[in-house]
Design a protein around this ligand. Structure first.
Ligand code: PLP
Length: 400
């Protein structure tokens, strides 16, 4: 039978060890290596006293399917450990993690500051839904640093970060922004999907709420939707529990199982994603059509020094600005790829390449001259095969 894990050792574990051992085993079946998939709606209580008291433990113990079962808590425990969080809540998607965590901390009449570089759905949620709820929203230059305090209003309650940002991958000075916010009694939320909590730990950098789309790297296999919200303080956990529970959001235990299974290999996968990304980038930098690579792990990148200070590695997702291609050239480039798939999401085992359009949404950091932006996710394939596919795309572009 499997030996029980010793709590005494657990505190000193490094991330690779946490990824392989946290959230393992079962409370109910001795010896199981992996947690069982516990599906539930109804939970039967042994006494009227226990039934009356059931809500004291919601999101901590199994009381009703909506608030999680043993499987959900195994994943939450592993995520919390990796994030350095007191608690993590698992929700149905990264988008839900974003909208629910913002909703937990704003009220009608409040003001929220949102990085201009956030994921498209985050921007839409703020511009459409928050405005509808009577919350003021303003977007800020993600490279602003501690000068963000100039933007604070009396009613500012939340700063929302995503670093690096979507599309142009700008790096924010997370500790400087979080410290300025803390000073003004403002809560900082951060979407940490690009780096995963393996390569960046927002809670250690001063952020209050770290958000993850588990759909991406944590799952790693492009077959499941899930989101995580992790917090440092019990008080924030209480606010989040109420919001997530009352909106009725719930992650399926089967999906939690899949993501926990994916997390076991996160460390080795991220290493390969990064290596393949750098191989592709090195080749792309030599192509005359390439104007700029957007990837903070390049010494030439504006965010490089901050990235080196705050992150322990880079993922496989980056942007490439190319000389402007019209619709027909874009079609020639994209329509005959064999290994690179064209589709939303990323973080799975496979390589992807999509066109992107930062205009007209962005307010800051958009170059004036025309350019075409593409987003590449370097998957786990052989990098030589990927270069062959990419080479043919550039050849089609030149022959057009
Ligand atoms: C994909 C993505 C999300 C949304 O996650 P879903 O699980 O697809 O809802 C949020 N933030 C970033 C940065 C993303 O790339």
């Amino acid at each position: 039978m499997r030996k029980p894990l010793k709590d005494a050792n657990r505190g000193t574990w490094h991330d690779a060890t946490c990824l392989t051992h946290e959230g393992a085993g079962s409370n109910t079946v001795p010896g199981l290596l992996n947690p069982p998939v516990c599906r539930a709606s109804t939970i039967i209580f042994p006494s009227v006293e226990a039934y009356k008291d059931r809500h004291s433990g919601y999101y901590d113990s199994v009381i009703y399917g909506l608030y999680g079962t043993e499987t959900t808590f195994s994943l939450a425990q592993a995520v919390a450990k990796l994030e350095g969080a007191s608690n993590s809540i698992i929700v149905s998607s990264g988008t839900a993690a974003i909208s629910l965590s913002i909703t937990a901390f704003v009220e009608r009449g409040d003001h929220i500051l949102v990085a201009d570089s956030v994921y498209g759905a985050t921007r839409k949620f703020c511009s459409l839904m928050l405005k509808k709820l009577g919350v003021e929203v303003s977007f800020f230059d993600p490279c602003i640093g501690s000068d963000i305090s100039d933007l604070f209003r009396k009613n500012t309650v939340v700063v929302f970060l995503e670093s690096p940002g979507s599309q142009l991958f700008e790096i924010s000075d997370i500790p400087a922004i979080a410290a300025a916010a803390k000073n003004a009694n403002i809560i900082t939320l951060m979407d940490n999907t690009w780096a995963t909590p393996l390569l960046c730990k927002p809670l250690e950098l001063g952020v209050d709420v770290s958000i993850q789309s588990g759909t991406k790297y944590l799952s790693g296999h492009s077959d499941v939707m899930l989101g995580m919200i992790s917090v440092k303080s019990r008080e924030h956990f209480e606010r989040l529990k109420d919001t997530v529970g009352l909106w009725g959001n719930c992650a399926a235990p089967d999906d939690c199982y899949l993501v926990l299974r994916g997390m076991r290999t996160l460390d080795v996968r991220m290493e390969r994603h990064q290596r393949n990304a750098l191989t592709l980038i090195k080749w792309l930098q030599k192509q005359p059509e390439v104007l700029k690579i957007h990837y903070p792990a390049l010494p030439s990148d504006l965010g490089y020094e901050i990235w080196k200070r705050d992150f322990t590695g880079a993922s496989g997702l980056f942007g490439v600005s190319l000389q402007h291609m019209g619709d027909e050239k874009t079609a020639a480039f994209f329509n005959h790829l064999t290994l690179f798939g064209m589709g939303s999401s990323w973080g799975g085992y496979e390589s992807l390449m999509v066109p992107a359009w930062p205009r007209p949404h962005r307010e800051f950091n958009i170059p004036k001259e025309d350019f075409s932006l593409i987003r590449i996710h370097a998957g786990l394939e052989d990098s030589g095969d990927l270069l062959d596919d990419l080479g043919l795309a550039f050849q089609r572009l030149r022959e057009f």
